[in-house]
Structures are given as C-alpha cells and as structure tokens.
Design a protein around this ligand. Structure first.
Ligand code: PLP
Length: 472
C-alpha cells in the first residue's frame, strides 16, 4: 500500500495529469469507439495476489481505461443532458474523498449536515424557490422522485402502507405527461403502486402536459372509486425540454388535494436567471421539487437537490432509529439519513459549496445565460437552413432538429437518414449527440450546456453536421 510520502507524490502527479487532461480533452474522441468486451478482455482474469506499484496501475489506467471512456467533460459533448464537472467541484470531491466521512447523522459529521442545510438554503434563494421548502441532497433525480412518490403514498394512506403493505391501500393513482422521464414509472413500480396506476396525460403541440386532460383524468378516477394521490410536473422534459404549465397544474392539485411533485432535473438551473422564473409560477403549491446540480450547475455527479414542503411527512415516511443510531442531539438537529432511502451518505454539500462560492451567483448566471444564447444562435441557423428543420420549440439550452433534404418526402426515409447522420457524426469522434423521437420524427438533440463550451465549438459542430449531412 502507498505510504504517506508516495501518496503525496502521486497526488501531485495525478493533479498535474488532470490539468493536462483538461487542456487536451479535445484530442480524445468524445464518444468512446471501443467494442463490447474490449476493455474487459484487457484486464487479467484474476486479481493480483501481491500489491502492484502505482506506476504500473496508472500506466494501465491510461492505456486500457482511458480509450474506453466517453468524455462527458469535453466541450464537444452535446448528448443527453450534461453531467458537468468544474474545477472547484473536482477539488471539493478530492477533499471529500480525503475526509472519507460517512455523513448519515449530524453527529457523524456536524459540518456535513449543516453545510448541506446552508447550500440547499442558498439554492432556494438562487432559484427563487419558496422559503418554507426544506432541502436535502440525494444522489440522483431518480432517488429524489422515488422519495416524493413514497412520501405522497404514505401521507395519503395515513402512513398505513409502510405498516401494512401496499395491498392495504389499492387504487392510488399518479399522473404525469407522456413525455415524463422514465424514472417516474420506475419509482411507481418500486413503490408498489403499479405502472397501470400511472396515468399518462397527453401533451400539446409543444409536448407540454395538457391541464384540461389532467383534470378530466382525475375526475374520471374519482367517479370510478380510484384515489388520485400525486401529479408529477416536469420543467424541462428529457426529449425536448418542454415546460409543463405548472400554475394550471398546481391549481388542479389544490382543487383535488393531490400531491404535486416537480421534476426540474436539468432545466431547473435556468431558474437562476430571473427571466426564467415564469416556469415556477405556482411553485408555492408544490409539495416537492428537485433539480440536479450535477447536470447544469457545474457540480460533479452525483448531486440532486430535493426540496420537501412537509418535513414531518418526509420523516414519518423514512425515519428509522435503531438503538445504535440514537444520539443525544436527535431532537435538536437534522439527521439526513431520516430524509431518504439510504443510511450512509456522502459529503456532497462540499463540492456544491465550492461551486457556489467560486462561481458566485453572477458567475453561474453568466454561464447559464451564455449556454442559452448559444442554443438560440444554433436554433436561428437551423431555422434559416432549407435542408434542416426544428422538431420542437426551444425553451432553454436544447435544440431539437432533423435533416430534411427537399428530395425526401416520407418520414420513414427521413428518419433513416437522420439515424445515419447521427452515427456518422458520432463516428467522427469530434462531437457526441443523441436522439429522440418527437411525433414520430427521428430527432437529433443538441444540448449546449457543457461547462467549457464556447461559441467556436457550436460553430464547428454545426459545420460538421452540414458537412456530414451533405455527404450522405
Ligand atoms: N428527470 C429528467 C427530466 C431527466 O432528464 C433525468 C435524466 O436525464 C432524470 C429525471 C433522472 O435523473 P438521474 O439520472 O439523476 O436519476
């Protein structure tokens, strides 16, 4: 095992490597080109019996592992939604790894709990969220939504499902749009609600949930003896960043006394800009809300910030205090292990604190606003190009489009061509985009949200798209 002097030596060496990596990241193919099992087969069948030197291990990291990595931190990464790192965040992660603390209860690291309270409070101010929300940091958006679904279920059932099991409380109904992220259905399955009790409400021509249909669905369910429990609204859907009409949805939830959960996974970061606050009109009605700083707030994966209005309901859903976890401060502090699924918790607040302080609110606003301006410019170029068309309106930093040369007529032909275009583009190693289908149209998605993205990258990507499309 490394001794303290070697640890110091390699620590310095690795930080140098990290800085070089970021300086040269554009030399790597954005999307890894390795074939299935190519990495696995290069790693010895059996673990080493004797310890190996760090030089040998690090050499293998560079030789075997690096070619099998897709470079999410490349400014040429436009796929999915970003999972952004930034230098202050990486340094925060390093310190958190060095502390190696288990931050489950206040007593197991008071600073971790109190910093988590503070940064989630700061974020309420930064995003314009209600002051009566209580914040906690989870690993992912999927966990945040699962916590919301479980709490909604428990509150509705008078905390009986936790005691008697799901069969004691049938017919609970949940509602979301057909464009809601799959993590919602997954949560519904895990919570024992059953996918058939997730009502998918149709969307309008901009892929936003139709409130009229939501209201009708709830009314029908009540008439049929079902129990409307929770609505999930999305601010920035995964396919096209559609923004569900929160204010109208909130009114319907209030009318039927139904839990309102808001998924703002990626696009929630845009709330740092006051000009985007229209998205959360009606948020005071929401019972829970989350967004992922690990997407578009320059904080390393994982970091999902979840807010609950009713702290008591949250605790009644999740709190378990076996004897060995009782502490004398239990009545005076927040013990975040009681706020969610896991007992053991990472010190995620540290990297977030570093990001918020090092960027400053204005720094964050500048970057987010800049990313949105890049998307807007790209959107204009696509609008003005007769061989391309937008397939969805742009709300923040995602542009949805397709190649549509005038000689092709049917969607089947155009879809095939765009699928080919996507593979061609990603095969160049110069960019990485992903796709979706919108109204049956195979759509290329280009997210302008990478931490180090500049205008020249988007210009080069657009030139490459035109060139590849021209060669098809
Ligand atoms: N909600 C939306 C709108 C998303 O786009 C995503 C992921 O992209 C999620 C939820 C799930 O987030 P996570 O990957 O953190 O579980």
């Amino acid at each position: 095992m490394l001794n303290i002097n070697e640890f110091r030596k390699y620590g310095h060496q690795f930080v140098d490597w990290m800085a070089d990596f970021y300086e040269n990241i554009e030399d790597f193919p954005v999307k890894s080109h390795v074939k299935p099992r190519e990495i696995y087969d290069q790693i010895p069948e059996n673990p080493p019996q004797q310890g190996e030197s760090m030089d040998v291990i690090f050499n293998d990291f560079q030789k075997i592992i690096l070619p099998g990595m897709t470079h999410w931190q490349s400014p040429n990464f436009y796929a999915y939604f970003n999972a952004n790192a930034s230098f202050p965040s990486i340094l925060g992660e390093m310190l958190s790894a060095a502390l190696g603390a288990q931050c489950m209860k206040w007593e197991t690291s008071p600073a971790a709990t109190e910093l988590e309270e503070k940064v989630t409070d700061w974020l309420k101010e930064i995003l314009g969220l209600p002051v009566n929300f209580h914040g906690v940091i989870h690993d992912t958006g999927s966990t945040s939504t699962l916590c919301a679904v479980l709490t909604a279920r428990e509150k509705y059932s008078g905390y009986q499902v936790n005691k008697q099991g799901v069969s004691s409380f049938n017919h609970l109904r949940f509602y979301c749009s057909t464009h809601t992220h799959s993590s919602v259905e997954k949560a519904i399955r895990i919570a024992g609600i059953g996918s058939e009790n997730l009502v998918l409400v149709e969307t309008d021509d901009q892929f936003r949930l139709k409130p009229g249909l939501l209201e009708q669905a709830i009314e029908n369910d009540i008439q049929n003896g079902e129990k409307p429990c929770c609505v999930i609204a999305t601010l920035g859907t995964t396919s096209s960043t559609a923004i569900d009409p929160l204010e109208k949805i909130a009114k319907i939830c209030a009318k039927f006394n139904v839990w309102l959960h808001v998924d703002a996974a990626q696009s929630g970061s845009a709330l740092a800009l006051t000009e985007y606050r229209w998205m959360i009109k009606g948020i005071e009605q929401a019972d829970s809300f989350f967004f992922n700083p690990h997407k578009w707030l320059f904080t390393n994966f994982d970091c999902s910030v979840y807010y609950a209005k009713d702290k008591e309901a949250l605790l009644k859903t999740f709190q378990m205090v076996p004897e060995y976890l009782k502490t004398k401060s239990d009545n005076q502090v927040n013990n975040y292990c009681d706020w969610g699924i896991q007992l053991g918790r990472r010190f995620r607040g540290l990297k977030l604190w570093f990001v918020l302080r090092n960027f400053g609110v204005e720094g964050l606003q500048q970057k987010i606003r800049f990313h949105i301006s890049l998307a807007k410019k790209l959107e204009e170029k696509i609008k003005n190009d007769p061989d391309f068309e937008l397939t969805a309106p742009r709300s923040v930093n995602l542009v949805c489009f397709r190649f549509k040369p005038t000689n092709l007529q049917t969607d089947v032909e155009i879809n095939k061509l765009n699928e080919k275009l996507l593979h061609e583009l990603n095969g160049t190693g110069k960019v990485y985009l992903t796709h979706t289908k919108l109204n049956g149209k195979y759509t290329l998605r280009m997210v302008t949200g990478q931490t180090n993205l500049k205008e020249k990258h988007v210009d080069a990507a657009w030139a490459l798209i035109k060139e590849c499309a021209g060669n098809l």
